[in-house]
Design a protein around this ligand. Structure first.
Ligand SMILES: *[C@@H]1O[C@H](CO)[C@@H](O)[C@H](O)[C@H]1NC(C)=O
Ligand SMILES: *[C@@H]1O[C@H](CO)[C@@H](O)[C@H](O)[C@H]1NC(C)=O
Ligand SMILES: *[C@@H]1O[C@H](CO)[C@@H](O)[C@H](O)[C@H]1NC(C)=O
Ligand SMILES: *[C@@H]1O[C@H](CO)[C@@H](O)[C@H](O)[C@H]1NC(C)=O
Length: 469
């Protein structure tokens, strides 16, 4: 019966007719393409029924000092611009050397501490961040990450919004390493060295060191870094800015020479020009340069069975630039997030701790996915698809999410004391289910909790059905 209720409501509330064609097409495409290789948590057991789990992983960076892996999101009609999810790990005392990307990143510091340096409105900004902090780095903005801790590893999870990308979807993320040596190869190495030494105002010998010594990959140990890097990190903000700018400018020119067909100038103008102006007007209300800590916040919803923190642009204004929302949910063992739909957003979830089951229903009312997830898994829920998350019966379930809408996209709950059924109840509605009004009310009112619901009564283990259909 549950499925029928969801389906009916989806029909009533959302006009899907046009969209369904798109869905079918996506499904066929996806089925044809197979289910990809093993997932991040190293399990190859997934099949096509788990297509809402994102399992296509690209190892973007791997070097002694750390790595970055990107889980590829799903594009096409179901989610116009795919969002990819990045996982960055950095060993103690390492530097992720300056570079810029063609995608906007929203960082979530999962564990450890980091110093993030980037250019913001012609200023060099360096911020220290700790666990739970959320921070945005816009596309085209050169930045570096530094783990200065002596013993603690740094873990960052980030959303990679590809809507402004150059459209080269062969990569999950296009990074431009302005700095580098033999690995990564610097964009600069294409230039005539005397031009460069003038541009940087350093001797050719020093330049030579900078362009060839670095072969440790994009994440390097601070102790082993060439003197130029230590020098860079010791510079004051103003000097750093000057250098970062030179990096970007020269890098851009190098790229244009290589690929004259991309209009990188236009791209840059879009990044720095227009967005810069938008940021001007917005930053008056709140300073977008301070990270926002998602743990230091009164939960937006809390009951005995769990809590939800949901950030949108009214909490952290930079989220408004790309229309991305961030949320964090913790369900106690056995509890469930009531079945709901996102009327305005596609949602990407990353399991941080514990585990549970994700159930999703297709618009054609069959079960789209009912699968167990564990730490490190990434799932996504297309807009309009009814779904619920259920914590496993012996462990709490903590997950982080990114939604593609930063405005108040409040999910619509289909079950529970605040559900749409309450708003819609009436004789017509009961008739639609072929029930009397009294019987209908009995059913609707049986659940007194809302949003996060307790575990199944009488020991029925809802959460243990994962993986079966
Ligand atoms: C280049 O560096 C020298 C000292 O190393 C300094 O005196 C000079 O002002 C610099 N020139 C520019 C254009 O920055
Ligand atoms: C989530 O809830 C569990 C108890 O259900 C608790 O032990 C855990 O600390 C919570 N996690 C966070 C981040 O608050
Ligand atoms: C619903 O659509 C999916 C994907 O196209 C398909 O696999 C499934 O069989 C459909 N279910 C029904 C009941 O039509
Ligand atoms: C919960 O149970 C599963 C097996 O059903 C087990 O793998 C997992 O370690 C258990 N978790 C905890 C926190 O006991």
């Amino acid at each position: 019966m549950g499925n029928q209720i969801w389906w009916l409501l989806v029909l009533v509330f959302v006009s899907l007719v046009a969209a369904v064609d798109g869905y079918e097409e996506e499904f066929r495409r996806r089925d044809g393409g197979g289910s990809g290789s093993g997932s991040g948590s190293g399990r190859g057991r997934r099949n096509t029924e788990d297509w809402l789990l994102l399992q296509e992983i690209e190892h973007v960076v791997k070097s002694g000092g750390g790595e970055m892996n990107v889980v590829r999101g799903f594009g096409g009609k179901l989610a116009t611009a795919p969002m990819n999810i990045g996982f960055i790990t950095m060993e103690p005392t390492t530097l992720f050397i300056p570079h810029y990307c063609d995608s906007t990143l929203i960082l979530f510091i999962r564990a450890g501490e980091v110093r993030v340096g980037h250019i913001y409105k012609d200023e060099m900004v360096e911020k220290s961040m700790k666990m739970g902090d959320i921070y945005r780095i816009s596309a085209g903005s050169a930045f570096y990450l530094m783990n200065t801790a002596t013993s603690q590893r740094l873990h960052i999870i980030c959303s990679i919004d590809t809507s402004q990308s150059l459209g080269m979807h062969t990569h999950t993320i296009q990074s431009f390493f302005i700095a580098g040596g033999t690995y990564p190869i610097s964009l600069l190495s294409g230039f005539d060295h005397s031009t460069l030494s003038t541009a940087f105002n350093v001797s050719k010998a020093e330049l030579g060191k900078m362009l060839t010594r670095q072969d440790d990959g994009p994440i390097i140990y601070l102790s082993s870094s060439p003197s130029l890097w230590s020098k860079f990190l010791d510079m004051d903000q103003h000097q750093k800015l000057t250098h970062m700018r030179k990096f970007v400018q020269i890098g851009m020119e190098a790229l244009e020479e290589e690929q004259p067909t991309w209009s990188l100038r236009k791209f840059l103008f879009r990044m720095f020009g227009k967005i810069g102006q938008r940021e001007d007007t917005k930053s008056k209300t709140s300073n977008g340069l301070e990270p926002y800590n998602i743990y230091h916040r009164k939960p937006d919803f809390k009951n005995n069975y769990g809590w939800i923190n949901a950030l949108d642009e009214s909490d952290y204004s930079p989220l408004g630039h790309d229309d991305i929302g961030v949320y964090l949910v913790n369900l106690t063992a056995g509890s469930m997030m009531a079945p709901h739909i996102n009327p305005r957003a596609t949602e990407y979830g990353i399991v941080l701790r514990g585990g549970g089951t994700i159930q999703v229903v297709y618009p054609n009312r069959s079960l789209a996915m009912n699968t167990k997830v564990m730490e490190g898994d990434v799932f996504w829920i297309p807009r309009y698809f009814p779904f619920c998350q259920i914590a496993s019966s012996n462990d709490s379930f903590e997950f982080l999410g990114f939604t593609t809408s930063a405005s108040k996209n409040r999910p619509k709950f289909l079950v529970g004391a605040n559900s749409l059924l309450h708003a819609m109840r009436g004789p017509e509605f009961a008739a639609a289910f072929g029930m009397s009004k009294a019987r209908m009310n009995e059913i609707i009112e049986a659940q007194r909790e809302s949003i996060i619901l307790p575990s199944a009564r009488g020991g029925r283990a809802v959460a243990s059905e994962g993986g079966e259909r």
